[in-house]
Ligand binder design. Structure first.
Ligand code: PM9
Length: 461
């Protein structure tokens, strides 16, 4: 037999296992009904394969666990803080670090420092917590991502790119004084884990320097972005992930990071900048909202795990296998003609619920419905990323109607095997086969903020 293409495998072996619980269809029907047809309201005990999020769900390495034992739990000046500071400098390239309990802690502080009432914050598609903090600080988020990002079938290799014409239009409309910074996400979660190119960031930098606008980056999944730059962008194939990450970050005044993703930890976040004034203000605010500036709401051991996770996140074998797993199931779904967002993104597969359940109008929550149906079929937990996540227009109070109505299958890092991918794939195909019989839902409880976390639904008869 001639082998056409050699396979890759996970660059680790398993040392500790956590048993998974199998449930019956009846159990799952009861559980999802009790949880108001919202997968966030399920008990994890009732879940078989948990693809809700890649946030804080990674498996840590033995090197990270060993670091946990070296936690210096001093209130002030923990040595783990200094290890983290060294690695943030070495890998992200920023001199000043403020740790936070998780990403939104950093978003809160950055938004409070940079935004004043009446400002506009352009960005490459909104993210739920990011936009909310920008709004709570008095700003209005403006989407300036390229149009291709809103089309699930468009094959643009960098759908996270910013459309400089849209940005220019905003500058002309509101004036530079009302634009405190451009909010750049790498990769873009809500667009399907799509990357932004270095070329686009460089062009943005020229534009922003000309208009004296700052650039800040949500670098939560910037390592995945770096992998896409390496594999898709001219001139970067021979650079290491670490080199690309550092160059990428060099265009920004600062970053915020939810360390629960790329950095391979279960809790943690950070804000890093090269601007002393911003750092000083952030250091002042962090003691109000998070904790002292040398721990920001984290234990010393958590900071050590993060410092070590940062070293591991840029290893090529790791990131290749991580994205390879997403590509594996994505390609199976494409072959089975299940509609997904293309190109396949970094951290997740996004099912196109608008196409999958084309008979259900957006006001009956097709993505929310599909996530519930997949859970009922197999115990695989996914997440809605459509009209529920998009929330309401803060002026009119009506739903925001996003073009993308998606269900996200998000893959925790180093947790599941290829066999788990096969089981998940088969479940989605089964649901796809009987899609015509599926009915939509109505919302019966809606919380004020970030409604997707706690909203409740009922099945339509
Ligand atoms: N992202 C996710 O599942 C967890 C909460 S929202 C469902 O994708 C970006 C790009 C994120 C992110 C969280 C945060 C907030 C900021 N930026 O969750 O507070 O994807 O650590 O980070 C989630 P924290």
């Amino acid at each position: 037999m001639k082998i056409k293409k050699r396979s890759w495998a996970e660059p680790f072996k398993i040392k500790v296992v956590e048993p998974l619980k199998m449930t019956s269809r009846e159990d799952r029907l009861k559980a999802i009904k009790k949880g108001g047809y919202n997968t966030f309201l399920l008990k994890s005990d009732d879940v078989y394969i948990d693809l809700l999020t890649d946030s804080g769900t990674s498996a840590m390495s033995d090197y990270q666990w060993a670091g946990m034992m070296l936690g210096d739990e001093a209130y002030a000046g923990s040595k783990n803080y200094y290890n983290l500071e060294d690695n943030v400098k070495k890998y992200y390239g920023f001199k000043y670090l403020v740790p936070t309990h998780q990403g939104r802690g950093a978003e809160h502080i950055v938004s409070k420092i940079l935004i004043k009432k009446g400002d506009y914050i352009p960005g490459n598609m909104y993210f739920t917590t990011t936009r909310l903090h920008q709004e709570l600080a008095g700003g209005t988020f403006v989407d300036v991502i390229i149009d291709e990002a809103h089309d699930p079938d468009n094959l643009h290799p960098f759908k996270g790119n910013i459309d400089l014409n849209k940005l220019d239009k905003l500058v002309k409309e509101v004036g530079v004084k009302k634009i405190p910074y451009v909010s750049v996400a790498a990769t873009v979660n809500m667009a399907g884990g799509q990357p932004i190119s270095i070329q686009n960031v460089k062009e943005l930098k020229v534009f922003c320097d000309k208009h004296r606008i700052k650039m800040w980056c949500d670098a939560t999944r910037a390592v995945e972005n770096a992998y896409f730059i390496k594999t898709r962008e001219k001139g970067y194939a021979n650079k290491t992930i670490a080199e690309i990450l550092k160059e990428f970050c060099s265009y920004f005044e600062g970053i915020w990071v939810s360390a629960k993703k790329d950095c391979l930890v279960n809790i943690g976040g950070l804000l890093a900048t090269r601007n002393w004034k911003v750092f000083e203000e952030a250091r002042n605010l962090v003691v109000v909202y998070e904790g002292l500036h040398t721990y920001g709401g984290l234990a010393g051991r958590d900071m050590e795990a993060m410092a070590r996770g940062i070293e591991e996140m840029v290893e090529l074998d790791h990131i290749k296998a991580r994205i390879g797993q997403v590509e594996y199931i994505g390609n199976l779904l494409i072959k089975a003609k299940v509609p997904i967002v293309k190109p396949i993104g970094g951290h997740a597969i996004f099912l196109n619920a608008k196409k999958f359940l084309s008979h259900i109008p957006q006001t009956q929550f097709p993505a929310q419905t599909l996530a519930a149906e997949i859970y009922i079929d197999s115990g695989v937990r996914t997440m809605e990323r459509g009209i529920v996540s998009a929330g309401r227009n803060k002026v009119t109070g009506d739903h925001n109607y996003p073009k993308l109505e998606l269900v996200r299958l998000t893959f925790p890092r180093r947790v599941y095997t290829q066999a788990h991918m096969d089981v998940t794939f088969e479940s989605i195909v089964e649901v796809f086969e009987k899609r015509k019989s599926i009915k939509g839902m109505k919302m019966i409880y809606e919380p004020k903020y970030l409604r997707f976390f706690q909203a409740r639904f009922e099945k339509l008869k």
